[in-house]
Design a protein around this ligand. Structure first.
Ligand SMILES: Nc1nc2c(c(=O)[nH]1)N[C@H]1C(S)=C(S)[C@@H](COP(=O)(O)O)O[C@H]1N2
Ligand SMILES: [Mo]
Length: 202
C-alpha cells in the first residue's frame, strides 16, 4: 500500500485509482449513514408495495417476497461523503423480477423509492431495470443488519449510495421526476459518481 498522497488523493495502486470515481477514497470498513434512528421491522410487519402513482399495483408479505427469484450482485459502492467500497456482495430480488411478478412493465420513466423511516429517493426507472438494481435481502451471505437497511434495502450501485434506500417498503412510479429526501436538501437529482454529481448544480 502506497503512502497516502504519493500516488493520488486516495492513495493506493494505479488499479485502485482507476476504479475510484473522482474525489473518492477507498474504504475497507462499512460505514453506517442514516438520517435518523434505525427502525426495527419485524418480518410479520414487513410489506413491500408497488404503486403506479397513488394506485397500489401489488403488495408482498415478507414470505411472498422471499419466494421471488433471487439474484446476486457484487459491485463497488460510492457514498457522496467520499468513501467507496469495492466488491460488496449482495443477494436479492432484481427490480425486473418484481415487475415480472406484478405482471406489469414500468408505466412511467420516474420512480420514487419509499422506506419505513419515511426516507424517499428518486431514481429514473431505466436505472432500476435491465439488471441494474435490486431489493437486496442479504449482504455477504447473511441477512442485512438493521443499521445497513435490513431486512431489505434498495441497491442501485452505479449511483451514489444515498439512492440505495435502506428499510425499503415500496417503489412508486410517478408522472414526473419527484425529488426525494436528500434531493430536496441539496443533493443532485441523479447522482452519477463518475460525473461527480454530488450537489444540485453539479
Ligand atoms: N431509509 C434510508 N435509507 C438510506 C439513508 C437513510 O437515512 N434512510 N441514508 C442513505 C445514505 S446518505 C447512504 S450513504 C446510505 C448508507 O448506507 P449504509 O449505512 O449501509 O452505509 O444509505 C442511504 N439510504
Ligand atoms: Mo450518504
Amino acid at each position: 500500500m502506497a503512502t497516502r498522497g504519493f500516488t493520488g488523493r486516495g492513495g493506493g495502486s494505479e488499479a485502485t485509482q482507476e476504479r475510484l470515481p473522482p474525489g473518492q477514497f477507498l474504504e475497507s470498513g462499512f460505514p453506517v449513514l442514516s438520517a435518523g434512528p434505525t427502525p426495527r421491522i419485524q418480518p410479520d410487519k414487513w410489506t413491500f408495495t408497488l404503486k403506479d402513482g397513488i394506485r397500489p399495483v401489488k403488495s408482498w408479505t415478507w414470505a411472498e417476497f422471499n419466494d421471488l427469484p433471487q439474484s446476486k450482485m457484487t459491485r463497488d459502492i460510492h457514498c457522496v461523503t467520499t468513501w467507496s467500497k469495492f466488491d460488496t456482495a449482495w443477494r436479492g430480488v432484481l427490480v425486473d423480477d418484481i415487475l415480472a411478478d406484478a405482471g406489469i412493465e414500468a408505466p412511467t420513466g420516474f420512480t420514487l423509492a419509499h422506506s419505513f423511516d419515511g426516507y424517499t429517493t428518486n431514481v429514473p426507472t431505466e436505472d432500476l431495470v435491465g439488471g441494474r438494481a435490486m431489493v437486496a435481502l442479504a449482504y455477504e451471505g447473511k441477512p442485512i443488519t438493521p443499521d445497513h437497511g435490513g431486512p431489505a434495502r434498495l441497491l442501485v450501485p452505479h449511483l451514489y449510495f444515498w439512492k440505495s434506500a435502506k428499510w425499503i417498503n415500496g417503489l412508486q412510479f410517478t408522472q414526473k421526476d419527484e425529488l426525494g429526501f436528500w434531493e430536496l436538501r441539496g443533493y443532485h437529482r441523479y447522482g452519477d459518481p463518475w460525473r461527480e454529481q454530488r450537489y444540485t448544480n453539479d
